[in-house]
Design a binder for this molecule. Structure first.
Ligand code: IPE
Ligand code: IPE
Ligand code: MG
Ligand code: MG
Ligand code: MG
Length: 286
């Protein structure tokens, strides 16, 4: 299959499963469930689910085996976006092409919708996938991963940019969840530890490339294409990759990361989709 077809299929599978898993918007507390669904079903790329599925398939796993993991990753990711957009963090009004969750529902509901999505992610893993998957996602999402990266990102605002510091922020706030996506897909396939670790390295490189390109798109893209407000990083004096090394060096570092990601696929039986996803992380326009 082509990458476009694979992404479309991932969206269909994952959106269907998410719709079944999440409480209906008619169920009390209605406002909370509406906000959760508003944020989840807003047209994200579903890239972390795609990586989990592709990792599972690359090791010969059953397609259905990766679906719960893919849903948990997307709920966790959506929670991170809701909280990232809050006035106290990045203060962004536009997300996934529409008003950000707190703009639409208010800060209190947005905070709680994020909390509830995170809890639902772990509930899904605990109920359908077992403790090992729970442990994988907690490691990537918590203080040693995404949340740790988010606070480091805030603390770095206005500081003189340094390449190593940006890379450490990007590793934690973004690459950790990409690594977990690939690892969890591999675990769902029942793959051996060596291949799980190799796919974890692949995911980490893709995630770093992905966040460097996110920084570049913030400088170069328009709001209609991006679905979020560009130019915010510079205005907030964020310590981005291009701020640290310049646009050209940031582009070549992202390309280098894709090379590293593909190099990590050496021992993987069926790596073509994963390689295409790594490429997509840097060629995307939104
Ligand atoms: C945005 O992630 C947050 C970052 C880690 C840069 P995505 O660009 O994957 O967002 P969606 O899911 O497609 O909206
Ligand atoms: C944050 O990075 C990534 C998360 C962990 C949510 P950004 O703050 O650059 O993400 P965007 O640009 O708002 O999507
Ligand atoms: Mg941020
Ligand atoms: Mg942000
Ligand atoms: Mg950004």
């Amino acid at each position: 299959v082509t990458l476009q077809a694979f992404l479309a299929e991932t969206r269909q599978l994952v959106d269907h499963a998410l719709d079944r898993w999440l409480p209906p918007a008619t169920q009390e507390p209605v406002q909370l469930h509406e906000a959760m669904r508003y944020a989840v079903f807003a047209g994200g790329k579903r890239l972390r689910p795609a990586i989990a599925r592709a990792a599972c398939l690359a090791l010969g796993g059953e397609d259905q085996a990766a679906v719960p993991v893919a849903c948990a990753l997307e709920m966790l990711h959506t929670y991170s976006l809701i909280h990232d957009d809050l006035p106290a963090i990045d203060d962004d009004d536009l997300r996934r092409g529409r008003a950000s969750c707190h703009k639409q529902f208010g800060d209190a509901t947005a905070i709680l919708a994020g909390d509830a999505l995170q809890t639902e992610a772990f509930a899904l893993l605990a109920n359908q996938c077992g403790l090992r998957m729970v442990a994988e996602l907690t490691a990537a999402a918590g203080t040693r991963g995404m949340v740790g990266g988010e606070i480091a990102d805030i603390e770095a605002e206005g500081q003189p940019p340094e390449r190593e510091r940006v890379e450490s922020i990007h590793e934690r706030k973004t690459a950790a969840l990409f690594a977990a996506s690939a690892r969890m897909g591999a675990i769902a396939a029942g793959g051996p530890d060596a291949q799980i670790d190799a796919l974890g390295r692949y995911g980490r490189w893709v995630g770093l490339a992905f966040q460097i390109v996110d920084d570049l798109l913030d400088e170069t893209a328009d709001a209609a294409t991006l679905g979020k407000s560009p130019g915010k990083d510079r205005a907030s004096r964020k310590m981005t990759y291009p701020a640290a090394v310049g646009v050209e060096a940031a582009r070549s570092r992202a390309a280098e990361c894709v090379q590293e990601a593909c190099a990590a696929l050496g021992g993987i039986p069926d790596p073509d989709l994963l390689a295409a996803l790594a490429e997509f992380a840097v060629t995307r326009i939104r």
